[in-house]
Design a binder for this molecule. Structure first.
Ligand code: ATP
Ligand code: MG
Length: 562
């Protein structure tokens, strides 16, 4: 491809609405342009990467027996009503105004629609159906460029099986295919087991990459590979040991002391002697949560323990509920359910609020004074704590979800009446799985992981072009002749070449663009080196530069690309 005739609008400056590295670089390299919030156009060079990723996905899906479909994005709403997902998706779903259509955010319903009445017998199973297709989701705050778009490409696959054992096999095949795909794309990723209660399934895993641009927080152990969303992550931490002797309860005046740190400072005690109180409302009733020291309440864990949605009590409500404001609340005299974190199990000699402003109590013994107290793991794990599995240090960081594999079970087949006859002639709902990969996310995550201060760094697998050929001065005839010949030879050798043949661009400008676009190999044709029948070759990844004789060039590049 000749740059002089192509649309590759590179930018020198960082666009001011972009903060995430991949977003900035994709805009600067002229790979994407925003059309509207969360809606992006892919320009020719960017789209080449999307096609390469799609091809890798296609090859790996075909290798596990996947059959490629192409389903419509415009769906009759009534099909989505069958599974109640018009309501479940809520504001995320785009509706088409003039007819009863929705724009599909995913395709479980449509695949099940095609499976229904067609996959009639166990003999028709198993099936793996997939597509690489556009999805629409009215995401609340689209940001980070194509990482969270309102329109995006997804590889979505769906499996139909007769038995749960077959589903395990289909799930395992996808797990393997996903690892192959992300390995081939040269992504550093890890797999997080997720509980999938709310979606009605029986098992699921998320493929994640560590990134500041991520919206999920995960705990990860480099040593044993333990990985979990912080919503469910656990760690090994000591609790407060029960002292042999319980002191008497004493009321202490603590004027203006609100936080645990202020209490420790005021009484010259350690935070591990304090029980922090938090009040939540569950089913219109207050629940007091006790945490050791500065531990934070993990609201997802709490919702799981209580079995429903909670909300923190408003500051205005606290006085009515406890008799005190935030900072002076505690377990003794609290009229309601009390749940303490496991680190406080059977603890004594604790300090906590007195349910009276500006007073705290010491000598609290949870066994003696807090009847009916319950215990549960309610903490948010922190970086540096010990891994629950192997005891090594946990790292807590934000991450981006690249893909998701999911044992759906029979949720959709039951809702839509998609049944088959088993070996005994008995009618059963199809057993399903669903498996997604965000194609643009793969590209953005690759860029997040492979860049430097000058731009992107592509490897062979995803590079839009293998070679970036720079003719430094297209006004000099020898340079024109030599670079035209190299361009032809490289093309004939089957390589993809981006040829900077622009006449008016300065050499420095061409160098900057080449580094920004980041093709693996740069071939630099200049007048001076040509006099010795040489060109300069630069490896983008390492920055190595060396001269190569013209006659050796093609073979040399072939070698490098191996
Ligand atoms: P997230 O938690 O990031 O919103 P999700 O759980 O909604 O993701 P799925 O419904 O499992 O995502 O979709 C499968 C894959 O599609 C995701 O793993 C992700 O790679 C991609 N994806 C989901 N939403 C978007 C989006 N708004 N923009 C780009 N890719 C997306
Ligand atoms: Mg989502």
């Amino acid at each position: 491809m000749r740059l002089s005739k192509s649309f590759v609008p590179t930018l020198k400056e960082v666009p001011n609405d972009a903060v995430v590295k991949s977003h900035i670089l994709m805009l600067r390299a002229g790979m994407i342009r925003m059309l509207s919030a969360g809606i992006y156009s892919f320009l020719p060079v960017g789209y080449k990467v999307i096609k390469k990723i799609s091809q890798i996905i296609r090859e790996e899906m075909d290798a596990i027996g996947g059959q490629e479909f192409h389903l419509p994005a415009l769906n009759p709403r009534e099909i989505w009503e069958e599974t109640n997902r018009v309501e479940a998706f809520g504001d995320i779903l785009f509706h088409v105004k003039n007819r009863d259509y929705v724009l599909a955010p995913t395709h479980e319903e449509i695949m099940t629609y095609h499976a229904r009445n067609v996959l009639k017998s166990y003999k028709d199973l198993p099936q793996i159906w997939y597509q690489i297709q556009t999805k629409f989701r009215n995401e609340a705050r689209p940001r980070s460029g194509v990482i969270r778009g309102r329109q995006f490409l997804m590889k979505d696959a769906y499996t139909f099986d007769a038995t749960w054992e077959q589903l395990d096999i289909a799930y395992g095949l996808h797990d393997k295919a996903y690892r192959n795909i992300f390995d081939r794309c040269d992504l550093k990723y890890f797999v997080v087991g997720a509980s999938s209660g709310a979606m009605g399934g029986t098992g699921s895993e998320e493929f994640m990459v560590k990134s500041d641009a991520g919206e999920d927080t995960v705990a990860y152990c480099e040593h044993c590979g333990y990985a979990a969303n912080v919503e469910v992550a656990e760690s090994k931490v000591d609790g407060k040991k029960r002292d042999d002797k319980s002191e008497d309860v004493k009321e202490i005046s603590t004027p203006n002391v609100k936080s645990i740190d202020e209490l420790c400072e005021f009484l010259k005690i350690d935070e591990t002697q304090c029980a922090k109180s938090r009040v939540y409302i569950f089913e219109s009733k207050p629940v007091l949560i006790l945490m050791l020291g500065n531990d934070e309440v993990n609201e997802s864990k709490l919702e799981k323990v209580l079995g429903g949605i909670i909300r923190p009590a408003h500051p205005e409500e606290l006085k009515d509920i406890t008799g005190a404001d935030t900072g002076s609340i505690g377990p003794i005299g609290f009229g309601g359910r009390i749940i303490a974190d496991l680190r406080l199990k059977d603890a004594n000699n604790l300090y906590s609020g007195a349910n009276k402003n500006d007073f705290h109590l010491g000598g609290i013994d949870l066994v003696r004074y807090v009847k009916d107290i319950e215990y549960a793991d309610l903490r948010i794990v922190k970086s540096g704590e010990s891994c629950i599995k192997c005891g090594n240090q946990l790292d807590v960081f934000t991450a981006i979800e690249l893909g998701h594999i999911f044992k759906l079970g029979t949720k959709y087949s039951v809702a839509m009446g998609a049944n088959f006859l088993d070996e005994n002639g008995k009618e059963n709902p199809l057993i399903m799985g669903s498996y997604g990969i965000g194609v643009e996310r793969v590209m953005a995550c690759y860029i997040e992981q492979h860049n430097d201060e000058n731009g992107m760094i592509w490897d062979k697998a995803l590079a839009p072009f293998q070679v970036h050929l720079l003719a430094l001065n297209m006004k000099k005839l020898p340079v024109v002749d030599a670079s035209e010949k190299i361009y032809n030879d490289l093309n004939n050798a089957g390589m993809e070449v981006l040829f900077d043949d622009r006449i008016d661009a300065q050499a420095g400008f061409k160098f900057n663009d080449a580094d920004l676009l980041g093709m693996p190999v740069q071939v630099i044709v200049g007048e001076r080196k040509l006099r010795e029948n040489k060109v300069e070759v630069k490896i983008r990844k390492t920055g190595d530069r060396f001269d190569v004789e013209l006659k050796d060039l093609i073979n040399r590049i072939k070698e490098i690309m191996k």
